[in-house]
Design a protein around this ligand. Structure first.
Ligand SMILES: [Mn+2]
Length: 358
């Protein structure tokens, strides 16, 4: 049995074109790999409002497949659902919506599927009447939430707070492979004979989701084999911290702009010391004009930039900058370090000058 496991596509009305192009790529890889099954492990849609708006587009696209499609609700699919019910949504004929709480067990392609849709608390799972795995059968669990033993809290995220689950839930119910969704960073871990995988969000949904986006191709026979398939249509998130010059110039050479694609999200943080903040704002605006149509999103800002008016004329800074200029490297990697050296040197000089005024 071959299946495509994807998660956290977050189809949304405000990024409709981009998100649907990623769905097209998921459908394409399913066809290309001749998969028997396509599994969405939650957060196919960004909110329930997006379910209402975009379920037709979803239906149209997965409707071209000849294999079964399993859709598990995540917390986002249910966001703002109110008195509505997710099982009243028509996802299409070959879609099996795994909406039953707290779990449901189905069989497809000779494999058992234990589906656990997103729920705030899973404390009573020890009491669930899940039958033991049939002899000689393979069992795949599909779930949406945070496996506490696998979470690295990176801050500024709502991912970890809700839907915490213990890996024991999956070992207890004898899953061979666990198709997870919810954490947007790709990761996997074995617990005994249970292999838990997060393929990561299928597309770049918010800032700092860096690294390639994609899906897992899972082959299940007497053993379980997992291969990650990158989706080029998703683009990538790139973040650069670039020290600016005292007169506000932003040297984006280290950011290798030639490598950016039309689906990428580029975020530039200007840092260091400048004589006049207005000069940086102008330089940012010029770069924004130059690049915003070449990538999907282009953010440029200077949240931690310090201002030191007149510092360039100070003999200490003058001398430092003269020596620094003489050390300009040829290769781009060295350039990044060289710019960083200017930032650190000027910060040290600024601190020195300020301490003299105390
Ligand atoms: Mn989620």
């Amino acid at each position: 049995m071959k299946m495509i496991h994807c998660a956290d596509l977050h189809l949304s009305e405000d990024e409709k074109e981009y998100a649907l192009s990623v769905l097209d790529a998921i459908v394409a890889v399913t066809v290309e790999e001749k998969a028997d099954l396509l599994v969405f492990a939650g957060d196919v849609f960004n909110t329930f409002h997006d379910v209402e708006i975009l379920s037709g587009e979803f239906r149209k696209r997965v409707g071209t497949l000849t294999c079964d499609v399993l859709v598990l609700p995540g917390n986002h699919d249910l966001q703002g659902i109110g008195a509505n019910k997710i099982d009243r949504v028509d996802f299409g004929n070959q879609v099996i919506a795994l909406t039953q709480q707290p779990f449901q067990l189905i069989e497809r392609c000779g494999v058992e599927f234990l589906a656990i849709p997103f729920q705030r608390s899973l404390k009573d799972y020890v009491n669930w009447p899940v039958p033991p795995k049939a002899p000689g059968k393979r069992r795949v669990a599909i779930a949406h939430g945070t496996v506490a033993d696998m979470a690295i809290y990176t801050g500024g995220s709502d991912e970890v707070e809700d839907g915490a689950m213990d890996s024991n839930i999956f070992t207890r119910f004898q899953a061979d492979y666990v198709a997870m969704g919810h954490i947007h960073g790709r990761r996997f871990q074995s617990f005994g004979s249970t292999l838990i995988h997060y393929p990561g969000s299928a597309r770049v949904w918010r800032q700092h989701e860096d690294g390639p986006r994609g899906v897992n191709l899972v082959t299940i026979d007497d053993r379980v084999a997992v291969e990650f398939r990158e989706l080029k249509s998703s683009g990538q998130y790139y973040h650069y911290a670039i020290p600016v010059s005292l007169d506000g110039k932003i040297d984006i050479a280290p950011a290798v702009a030639e490598g950016w694609g039309i689906k990428d999200w580029v975020s530039i943080e200007c840092l260091g010391i400048v004589e006049d903040q207005g000069l940086v704002v102008q330089a940012e605006e010029a770069l924004r004009k130059q690049y915003k149509s070449r990538v999907r999103k282009f953010n440029i800002d200077h949240p931690g930039l310090s201002i030191a008016a007149g510092i360039a004329a100070h003999p200490l800074a003058e001398k430092f900058l003269e020596i620094w200029k003489g050390k300009e490297p040829v290769d781009p990697k060295g350039r990044e370090i060289w710019l960083k050296a200017r930032e650190l040197g000027l910060i040290a000089i600024k601190e020195e000058l300020e301490s003299r005024h105390d």
